[in-house]
Design a protein. Structure first.
Lengths: 330, 226
């Protein structure tokens, strides 16, 4: 597990004082994949550099399995860093080394005996599915294969935490899926704590158990996917289950409702139950249905004709575990 | 056919050419060896003491880069060579011969090579260095396992350029007592006005430079996996 407490990073840029991280706290349990999402300039890069201790935070602490990392002496810094394996956006492999030699790099640093290195490297290459490419150089590999090497290399120092910095941002959609599946499968096998820093909501949808929204150096929303999605007013919920903002001008008279529910929360087929119970027409205007983590979520916009008993219908829906927002009609 | 006859019989070619060639090789070889031994670490220091390097040290960087390297490089080689004669005398006991000339050749070439090494090392992306640090490398390990191996094709190219430059400089060193092909061309070709000697010397120098460049490019390609 990893715990970050009140992490601040302030630096001087000429006369200006820039607060890049303004008290970031988060906690991720072992075996969880946590996404940190933010636009460029939100402080993602600074957060990565502080978590890996490439930059020292101004204040605050980072601890992995209750061992403090951020405030250790320079001498202990290298050992501390080995507790966090890192995967980079562009893999950052050494071009002069083959796949196997790249994966062996962290082991060489601490003088691991050759036989042990060979054994470990071949196990890791098998884990990421690159055994036939052990002797290939990075320039001979595809982007997805390079990222697999990067993951194997990050795992070779037996870290407790895997920190992925935009791991799929340079990859095409199909390769992105493969890399995210690989990250999930190594998490399952090694019970790793995984932190994925990204600007792609898709990555959060596909891989994360919980998520934080980083904005201007602060975490403005966070929680399990199910929890953040359930709040229709939340920014993450709106990003994960998008809904067109404006209602069309030529909409016939009636009342528009936005319904948000998960497959497990709603006890009845929601739309047809309204129609049956209240003997009314229901017109679906827009919606998105997503599989997030283990649950299916739906965000549906419906219109009810004039004269429908909105209060009773809302009450019925709330009773069934559906969040309802009544939209303004023109 | 006088010219070709001259080629076969001129003692400047039959007797003096081979020893002169060996002297040139000796000067170039000794200087190249010491230039790499001193210049490679100097290039690494130039990069890493600069801002954003592994061990930023403004004072040391100004001393190495601004004072030693830039001043040495701004003195024309002919003048540097003459001014270093006393040092050569001090180090090897004589101011004459290829070994004495190697002293000033080496000192004149080290800053040039160090700058080329610095440029080659600068091409190694910051991401690779970050990756090595995150994996727990010491700074020394970053230099030995990342910077130098990743920049090796560039460093080999820098060595090739340096050796070619040294061959040219060694001819100049011949004029102030270093011996070698430079002196041969000057004494026989210019002072005694024997065009055959001049031509043969030039041809040998051109072939030598070509050979060095071809071998250098071949090795650089061999170690380049980018």
């Amino acid at each position: 597990m990893i715990t970050v407490t009140d992490l601040r990073k302030v630096y001087q840029q000429g006369d200006r004082t820039v607060v890049a991280l303004d008290g970031v706290s988060l906690h991720v349990d072992a075996g969880q994949i946590h996404g940190i999402i933010g636009h460029s300039g939100a402080g993602k890069s600074t957060l990565v550099r502080c978590l890996t201790l490439l930059d020292r935070p101004t204040s605050g602490s980072v601890s992995v399995n209750n061992k403090e990392l951020a405030n250790v002496s320079d001498a202990d810094l290298r050992t501390a860093r080995r507790r966090i394996g890192m995967v980079f956006q562009h893999a950052n492999l050494m071009d002069s080394r083959t796949t196997a030699q790249n994966v062996a790099f962290p082991l060489e640093l601490i003088g691991t005996p050759k036989a042990k290195v060979a054994e470990k490297v071949s196990a890791l290459l098998e884990l990421v599915g690159l055994t036939p490419f052990a002797d290939a150089y990075p320039s001979q590999l595809s982007g997805g294969q390079r990222q697999r090497v990067g993951i194997a290399r990050a795992l070779s120092s037996d870290p407790d935490v895997l920190l992925c910095d935009e791991p799929t941002s340079a990859l095409d959609p199909k390769t992105t899926d493969e890399i995210l599946e690989l990250i999930k499968s190594v998490r399952d096998r090694l019970n790793l704590t995984v932190l994925i820093i990204t600007h792609e909501m898709n990555v959060v949808k596909q891989a994360c158990d919980s998520v934080s929204l980083l904005e201007a150096g602060r975490i403005v929303e966070h929680g399990d996917i199910a929890k953040v999605v359930a709040d229709p007013a939340g920014r993450l919920s709106q990003a994960l289950l998008p809904m067109p903002g404006e209602l069309p001008d030529d909409l016939p008279a009636g009342t528009v409702l936005d319904l948000l529910y998960s497959g497990t929360q709603a006890t009845e087929p929601v739309i047809s139950s309204i129609a049956r119970t209240f003997n009314t027409d229901v017109n679906v205007l827009a919606g998105s249905v997503e599989h997030l983590g283990e649950h299916q979520f739906a965000h549906i916009r419906i219109q009810l004709p004039e004269g429908a008993d909105i209060d009773a219908i809302t009450k019925h829906l709330l009773g069934n575990g559906v969040a309802v927002t009544v939209k303004e009609t023109k | 056919m006088d010219f070709f006859n001259d080629l076969m019989t001129n003692p400047g070619i039959t007797k003096a050419m081979w020893p002169a060639f060996l002297e040139t090789m000796q000067m170039t070889g000794i200087s190249a060896l010491f230039t790499v031994v001193v210049g490679l670490p100097l290039g690494i220091l130039l990069l890493n003491t600069a801002r954003g390097g592994l061990t930023p040290n403004r004072g040391l960087n100004v001393l190495l880069s601004g004072i030693i390297v830039n001043i040495t490089r701004s003195i024309p080689f002919a003048i540097l060579m003459v001014s270093l004669i006393p040092l050569a005398t001090l180090l090897v006991g004589t101011s004459l011969g290829p070994i004495a000339a190697s002293v000033s050749l080496t000192i004149g070439t080290i800053p040039f090579f160090a700058r080329l090494v610095e440029t080659a090392l600068r091409d190694v992306s910051a991401g690779k260095i970050d990756a090595a640090l995150v994996m727990g490398s010491t700074r020394m390990q970053v230099v030995r396992k990342v910077l130098v191996p990743e920049a090796l094709p560039g460093i080999i190219a820098a060595m090739t350029t340096t050796i070619v430059t040294l061959i040219g400089y060694s001819a100049m060193a011949g004029l102030v007592g270093g011996g070698g092909l430079g002196r041969l061309a000057y004494n026989y070709g210019f002072q005694r006005y024997e065009p055959a000697i001049m031509v043969v010397t030039i041809v040998i120098m051109v072939l030598l430079v070509q050979l060095v460049q071809i071998i250098g490019d071949w090795i650089a390609r061999l170690v380049d996996h980018r």
